[in-house]
Design a protein around this ligand. Structure first.
Ligand SMILES: *[C@@H]1O[C@H](CO)[C@@H](O)[C@H](O)[C@H]1NC(C)=O
Ligand SMILES: *[C@@H]1O[C@H](CO)[C@@H](O)[C@H](O)[C@H]1NC(C)=O
Length: 412
């Protein structure tokens, strides 16, 4: 073969090779292939569902791309099971309709029954919630619960969600339900302090959820961990404004599953209503929560930095005469430091019916500056094991006068 013809053969081979590589790489661009328009008025829903349908049918790994630009998305449920791994790369900003009446159910973007799923790309899901928060009062009716959640992960396994922002959701930003092994990392939640009922990431009935190096600014709990959550790691999270990092509330509904294996560490919580807390309703259904560990947490101007509240009763919508029947055990608060915005820096109010068991306080250093005097620590129905520094002195504050009627307490 002459030099000329070998070059031709090589070029042909190269062209063949690159074109097959392209086809196999399985990139589904919603603009280039499915007619999406970044004009903020063409609905992204159908293009996205069409791309998902094709990607989901592929047995080789696929990538769906939402390129840079701003899109309107009415709603989308991206449903599995799929034949191969899927990555959704969101580079653009995807906006929800601002009008809450545009939604018939509390869903905006839902991922359901998907395995080996990745979402990345630096993009934003903007729930445009401002009109919804102003409209009503969550305490008085169920309006809040009917509002759409920005991102739902229902029964999603082995998933990685990274470099994604959820902004101004009308209700919770993220709801994780029935998932196994799902990680949020370099994730961002952004909403103003006055946004009602906008929990950052709510986790329930899931095993193996990691929230890592994530920044959460919102109007309700930064992370809330509900019943049936197991093996949850919250690490390197900055929280605030918001209501802190919470386990619970537990015991409000019949048939709740136990909570166990929760580790919250290396977090910074700033200007929030609470710090780290566990809450359960009085007069509750029975249940349990155990192995919950909070370690290396910095508090900056935080209300109730360390809080167990088994008489959780917002808006007085419960019967405070009966104790909580949620058993709390094997709990530790270690190396928790910084400033409190309330005098009661440590408040451990366990159930009078089922005292807390196996609670440890180690290296606590929380200060309060206010006219009433230094920070206090209050304990009910718990005798914590103490290690290292205790500022405020553990359980030195006035014991809480229980609101529960004495005669009912001794029942177990
Ligand atoms: C958990 O999910 C990640 C993807 O985020 C995957 O790489 C890893 O292998 C999964 N772990 C297990 C034990 O399946
Ligand atoms: C308490 O929690 C730790 C850490 O999760 C665990 O290793 C230990 O077994 C638990 N202890 C009991 C008595 O449950």
């Amino acid at each position: 073969m002459g030099v000329q013809s070998s070059i031709t053969v090589i070029s042909v081979l190269l062209i063949l090779f690159t074109s097959t590589a392209k086809a196999q790489s399985g990139v589904f661009d919603v603009v280039a292939k499915y007619g999406a328009k970044a004009d903020e008025k063409t609905d992204l829903s159908q293009p996205l569902l069409d791309a998902w349908k094709e990607a989901c049918a592929s047995t080789t790994p696929t990538k769906i791309v939402i390129p840079k630009g701003t899109y309107l998305l009415s709603k989308a449920t991206l449903q599995g099971p799929c034949k191969g791994p899927i990555e959704l790369q969101v580079q653009g900003t995807v906006k929800a309709p601002a009008d809450p009446n545009a939604f018939k159910d509390p869903n905006w973007v839902v991922f359901s029954n998907v395995e080996q799923f990745t979402m990345s790309g630096g993009g934003v899901f903007d729930g445009q919630g401002a009109a919804a928060w102003g409209k009503n009062d969550c305490s008085k009716n169920k309006y809040c619960a009917a509002l759409p959640i920005n991102l739902r992960f229902n029964f999603v396994n082995n998933a990685m969600i990274q470099d994604i922002t959820t902004k101004d959701s009308k209700q919770f930003h993220v709801n994780v339900l029935g998932c196994k092994n799902i990680t949020f990392q370099h994730f961002t939640v952004s909403a103003p302090e006055n946004s009602l009922n906008t929990d950052g990431i709510h986790i329930g009935r899931s095993d193996g959820v990691n929230v890592i190096n994530t920044d959460i600014k919102t109007g309700d709990d930064c992370v809330s961990i509900g019943d049936g959550s197991k093996n949850v790691v919250v690490q390197g999270v900055t929280c605030g404004p918001g209501h802190g990092i919470s386990i619970g509330s537990l015991g409000k509904f019949q048939g709740e599953e136990p909570v166990s294996g929760i580790k919250v560490s290396k977090c910074t919580i700033s200007n929030t209503m609470n710090g780290v807390r566990i809450k359960s309703w009085p007069a509750s259904y029975p249940g349990s929560a155990s192995d919950m560990h909070f370690e290396d947490i910095t508090m900056n101007n935080v209300g109730n930095p360390i809080l167990i509240d088994q008489e959780y009763c917002p808006w007085n919508q419960c019967n405070l005469k009966l104790p909580s029947r949620i058993k709390l055990s094997n709990i530790s608060f270690k190396n928790i430091r910084g400033t409190s915005s309330t005098q009661q820096a440590v408040k451990l109010i366990c159930s009078s019916g089922l005292p807390c068991e196996g609670l440890e306080l180690a290296d606590i250093d929380l200060t309060y500056k206010g006219p009433e005097g230094p920070a206090t620590s209050q304990c009910s129905n718990v005798s914590p094991k103490l290690t290292g520094k205790q500022n405020p002195p553990a359980c030195s504050g006035p014991a809480q006068k229980s609101q529960l009627s004495r005669s009912l307490i001794s029942r177990k």
